[in-house]
Ligand binder design. Structure first.
Ligand code: C2G
Length: 129
């Protein structure tokens, strides 16, 4: 079984996220999604989420491409996650191009094109109009 892992906040879940998860699943048979916890988002990404970790986990678990959701609590956990879950492929959007190449020592690393026209920031701006 080919296992794939990806990481993200997935707050205000939108079709750009689903596009990524669909393509991630196409790279293997089993997709693990590490969702940033509220603390990690606030402390390390300065992101204040609209939905809590539990609510974002509920939403992402409902996506047909996703097999397992785990918490992302630190930048450093990726190597141990890849080892612990025996992951074959790490995948993430190309806004992170090159940032996780160190994982190539442990698994395949794939950067996928983002869905260009949508972002949570854009959604929030549009809703303010
Ligand atoms: N994404 C996408 N297209 C968009 C928006 C997001 O393909 N229009 C992808 C991102 O590239 C990422 C995933 O969807 O692969 C989740 O996006 P975010 O929730 O913004 O994740 P981010 O805050 O970038 O966190 O350790 C890695 C970080 O946790 C990634």
């Amino acid at each position: 079984m080919k296992k794939v892992i990806t990481y993200g906040t997935f707050d205000l879940l939108h079709y750009g996220h689903v596009n990524l998860l669909q393509r991630a699943k196409e790279l293997g048979d089993y997709l693990i999604v590490a969702i940033s916890t509220d603390e990690f988002n606030w402390n390390m990404k300065q992101k204040k989420c609209y939905f809590s970790y539990e609510e974002r986990k509920r939403l992402v678990e409902a996506i047909r491409y996703v097999d397992l959701v785990i918490p992302e609590e630190s930048w450093e956990q990726k190597v141990s996650d890849v080892k612990e879950f025996k992951v074959d492929t790490f995948v993430i959007g190309d806004d992170w191009e090159g940032k996780f190449d160190f994982l190539k020592d442990y698994c395949e690393v794939v950067y996928l094109p983002r869905t260009p026209e949508i972002s949570t920031t854009q959604i929030k701006k549009d809703l303010k109009k």
